[in-house]
Design a protein around this ligand. Structure first.
Ligand code: 13P
Length: 235
């Protein structure tokens, strides 16, 4: 399986910056063997964006109902219509979501052929109190579906946008906890991934990918991370 690099643009970028970014990525097509998933805001999606085979478009949320009176929400069918094939679910910046909602959303996405990237991760207090393993097991049990194709992203809340990253050993250990709780083989890491730490993170032998926030917004910066991955993994 290719190394997975997911760019979460959060509430950043415009449609023109997205089209420009994808154009530049397409131009690098032959140099990239990793799987890339770019997740811009909904308004950036455009059904006429052409994508190389290893590039996919993801959303940052979806509703668990297929349609109905849910003002301001977006359904999986609406996302699919715009060429979206992945969806990030349960991100901690959407903190009002419950574990059971995240599970329902994941099930709806899987049922409609979207590939969910389900986020799990402990907060600073649980980390300080050494409850990370317990929290991971709880979240895996309560927000991750029992069937279907999906990816899990280990994203400690205290590492998001802070510049702090757990030690490689701590990440590797949580990946094992998540694997044994879910039976999934491929787990990715997110939280302050940057050009400064990617080389070190790639030493984690059970890491299958990364979920990148702020360092994915600028094409040159993002592409340097991709190049580092390509250098490390000789596919
Ligand atoms: P940063 O890379 O900006 O810390 O964000 C991580 C994240 O939340 C990706 O989903």
């Amino acid at each position: 399986m290719s190394f997975l690099i997911v760019a979460n643009w959060k509430m950043n970028g415009t449609r023109s910056s997205f089209v420009d970014f994808i154009g530049k990525l397409n131009d690098k097509g032959n140099e990239i063997t990793s799987k890339l998933v770019i997740c811009p805001p909904f308004t950036s999606f455009s059904d006429n964006v052409k994508l190389n085979n290893n590039i996919s478009i993801g959303a940052q949320n979806c509703h668990y109902k297929k349609s109905g009176p849910y003002t301001g929400e977006i359904s999986v069918e609406m996302l699919k219509e715009l060429g979206c094939t992945y969806v990030i679910l349960g991100h901690s910046e959407r903190a009002h979501e419950t574990d059971s909602e995240i599970k329902l959303k994941s099930e709806t996405a899987i049922g409609s052929g979207l590939h969910p990237i389900i986020c799990v991760g402990e907060n600073a207090e649980d980390n300080k109190n050494k409850k990370t393993k317990e929290v991971m097991e709880y979240q895996c049990k309560n927000r991750v579906p029992t069937h279907g194709e999906y990816t899990i992203a280990y994203e400690p809340i205290w590492a998001i946008g802070t510049g702090y990253v757990p030690s490689n050993n701590a990440i590797a250990e949580m990946i094992e906890v998540i694997k044994s709780s879910t039976g999934k083989k491929h787990i990715i890491y997110g939280g302050s991934v940057s050009l400064d730490n990617i080389e070190n993170l790639l030493n984690i032998s059970n890491l299958s990918g990364v979920l990148i926030g702020s360092a994915s917004l600028d094409f040159e910066r993002f592409y340097k991370i991709v190049q580092q991955v390509e250098k490390t993994y000789q596919f």
